[in-house]
Design a protein around this ligand. Structure first.
Ligand SMILES: NC(=O)c1ccc[n+]([C@@H]2O[C@H](COP(=O)([O-])OP(=O)(O)OC[C@H]3O[C@@H](n4cnc5c(N)ncnc54)[C@H](OP(=O)(O)O)[C@@H]3O)[C@@H](O)[C@H]2O)c1
Length: 256
């Protein structure tokens, strides 16, 4: 249950709204749970992923449940697919209400800062930082066409300057991933400034430890994607009096 003063912010009615989620490629991934929850709330949801056949299969599952969804290819590191997806949304709807930057890569828990393979660090930055930046820029005009545009950057406490980056348990591990999430947090603040004076609200959300890769065996205490998706949808459906340029988990503000 979301239970802070921030949660007292009103939430919009969702009927007729259009949402787009990146990185919807796995049935057990957070992106699929977010897409289902947004569609259940009444959004038309565009599921996007780098492998269209997998994303289409997931969209078909939601459509079979009576939800309003479609699938489009979008690789956040490929400008051509971003441009094609923008064109699809422009011609199909003419606006975009919700953009969830969920796609992520370069999870490097097995390497440390001073011996890091820089190629892997570049992958993390490309997918987790430059990807959302480029995607937000490309969809900016369609988000401004909405009277209640919302951007949710799925980040991680691993990138927090006062939490993950200084945590003795994490230490100098997963440098590419954690620093890419720090950069995504900083991007969130700058995006909020860039959209100041418009109706677009921009926030970062840490979903918390979520059991999306049970094959790794290290997620026994993690919660379900459905549970973690609630805090993402909370940020995606904030009313016009909601916060912008902040970092949350389950609607509770986190330190940068
Ligand atoms: N699970 C956790 O405990 C946890 C904790 C904190 C934050 N997060 C964040 O939550 C989000 C979802 O993660 P998850 O746990 O659901 O992991 P996930 O299933 O691995 O989700 C990442 C998705 O991003 C996709 N992706 C990778 N590169 C891409 C690209 N270039 N373009 C488009 N899509 C791309 C992957 O596609 P493929 O399926 O094709 O590989 C995958 O489906 C991520 O932003 C992650 O950093 C997760």
């Amino acid at each position: 249950m979301l239970n802070t003063t921030v949660n007292a912010a009103t939430h919009d009615m969702e009927e007729g709204k259009v949402a787009l989620v990146t990185g919807v490629g796995r049935a057990i991934g957070l992106g699929f749970a977010v897409a289902r929850e947004l569609a259940t709330c009444g959004h038309t949801v565009i599921l996007t992923g780098q492998d269209l056949s997998r994303t289409q299969h997931l969209a078909d599952r939601l459509a079979a449940e009576g939800l309003s969804v479609c699938a489009v290819r979008l690789d956040v590191t490929d400008p051509a697919t971003i441009a094609e997806c923008v064109e699809f949304v422009r011609t199909s709807f003419g606006y975009l209400d919700v953009l969830v930057n969920n796609a992520a890569g370069g999870f490097d828990i097995d390497q440390s800062l001073l011996t890091a393979d820089m190629a892997r660090a570049h992958v993390a930055m490309d997918v987790n930082f430059f990807g959302p930046w480029h995607t937000c820029a490309a969809f900016a005009s369609l988000l401004r066409q909405s009277s209640h545009g919302r951007i949710v950057n799925i980040s991680s406490a691993a990138g927090s300057l006062t939490d993950g980056l200084t945590s003795p348990e994490i230490g100098d591990l997963m440098p590419g991933y954690s620093l890419s999430k720090s950069a995504l947090n900083a991007l969130t603040v700058k995006l909020a400034n860039a959209f100041a004076g418009t109706s677009v609200l921009v926030n970062a959300v840490c979903p918390g430890e979520t059991a999306t890769h049970p094959e790794t065996g290290d997620e026994q205490n993690a919660r379900s994607p459905e549970e973690s998706a609630k805090g993402v949808v909370w940020a995606a459906t904030l009313g016009s009096d909601g916060p912008t340029g902040s970092f949350f988990r389950d609607g509770v503000r986190l330190p940068w």
